[in-house]
Design a protein around this ligand. Structure first.
Ligand code: M6R
Length: 367
């Protein structure tokens, strides 16, 4: 461990600009995306007859998968289903050779995901592993592999593998759209340009949010409950933020689709309870603001996270944190940074073993 980082988790959070740069390197070209590892095999052929895609993964990888689903559906127009590996084994839609099954696993060794892979093969589905570990069991058994190049992730909590998985799924979406000659070229170009800038944007996000999050973690060091709210992709990221905070800080953190609070959960909002409001998606910004007003009216302590330039949020929340503006599909990568930092600093201030949280293991090789 480098001496300037007290824990692997913090080092790995700060590794992210490099992890993303390495994952994108030589794959983003002026002519689009190249993924020779997929071009070589039958995948390009299998693509032509696809009717659906299943993404199967556990924990944090599952959350990356949901963001991938949004990108794949947008650019391909095909239905994409995301399942927990442990559920997919028993319950899945009709599978056949026209359903591509993507196994997403940092370690490539998760037993549930490996069983899901066996299930997919039983039905004759083409299978693609996205993993950070070359030569892992899932990679060896799947028909082909797209590697994330985040480098070894040693802390139990997944950080740089998560953001690299999202980047890999963006590359895959763009590559598939190119191969199928489908989707809006101008839209694809915008995503490509944003991916090119991504490592720099992540670097800026670390600088912009680090100190404020460290202070916020100290401010809430006696809180047992925390809520994360957002709409659309912000909600998907809230799920990941909650998992990270539960895992490392042992806080009862829960994620809600912001518009759903009024259907029950609002009863749990009491004065002073911390709420993190994610408002990075322009399309639903106004509606999210309305939901923030609802929790503020119950005296919650609201921290808002939004894009530079969205000044309206500051008027509605107790504290606002800004992150760079990028393509909507990449906002969850940037907004993940303050949430990872919050999990880390909250765990640290509470005296937890942040790299080795209780009851958990890095690689889960039993179902
Ligand atoms: O190695 P995998 O990506 O298959 O692991 C899946 C989960 O066990 C993992 O993401 C877990 O949820 C993390 N510890 C969360 O930080």
């Amino acid at each position: 461990l480098q001496h300037d980082y007290e824990h692997y988790m913090l080092k790995e959070i700060f590794d992210q600009p490099k992890a993303l740069e390495d994952t994108l390197a030589n794959r983003l070209t002026p002519d689009g995306v190249q993924l020779p590892e997929l071009e070589k095999v039958w995948m390009a052929e299998a693509l032509q007859t696809l009717r659906r895609i299943d993404i199967v993964a556990s924990g944090t990888s599952n959350h990356a998968g949901i963001i991938g689903k949004k990108a794949l559906e947008k650019v391909l127009g095909l239905p994409v289903e995301v399942s927990y590996s442990s559920e997919f084994i028993h319950e899945h839609a009709r599978l056949d050779e026209k359903a591509l099954v993507i196994l997403l696993s940092q370690s490539g060794e998760t037993a549930d995901t490996l069983s899901a892979l066996r299930e997919a093969k039983k039905w004759g589905c083409p299978t693609l592993a996205i993993t950070n570990t070359a030569g892992s069991t899932i990679s060896r058994k799947a028909d082909c592999t797209l590697l994330t190049k985040a480098g070894p992730e040693l802390a139990v909590a997944s950080t740089k593998a998560y953001t690299s998985q999202i980047a890999a799924l963006m590359l895959l979406s763009l590559w598939m759209a190119q191969e199928l000659e489908t989707g809006d070229e101008e839209q694809r170009e915008k995503l490509l340009m944003a991916l090119n800038r991504l490592p720099r944007d992540v670097d800026s996000t670390l600088v912009m949010t680090h100190d404020a999050i460290d202070q916020f973690a100290q401010l809430i060091d006696d809180q047992e409950h925390l809520f994360l709210i957002g709409r659309g992709l912000d909600y998907v990221l809230a799920l990941e933020g909650a998992l990270k905070i539960q895992e490392v800080a042992y806080i009862h953190a829960d994620a809600y689709a912001a518009g759903e609070m009024k259907h029950g959960t609002m009863a749990l909002i009491t004065p002073g309870v911390p709420v993190i409001a994610l408002a990075t998606q322009q399309r639903v910004f106004d509606k999210t603001i309305s939901n923030i007003k609802e929790v503020k009216a119950r005296d919650a302590f609201v921290v808002g996270i939004t894009r530079v330039g969205d000044d309206l949020l500051a008027e509605e929340v107790d504290e606002v944190m800004y992150i760079p503006d990028t393509h909507p599909l990449l906002m969850p990568i940037l907004a993940a940074i303050p949430l990872q930092l919050l999990a880390y600093y909250s765990g640290k201030v509470r005296g937890h073993a942040v790299d080795r949280p209780r009851n958990l293991a890095k690689s889960l090789t039993v179902e």
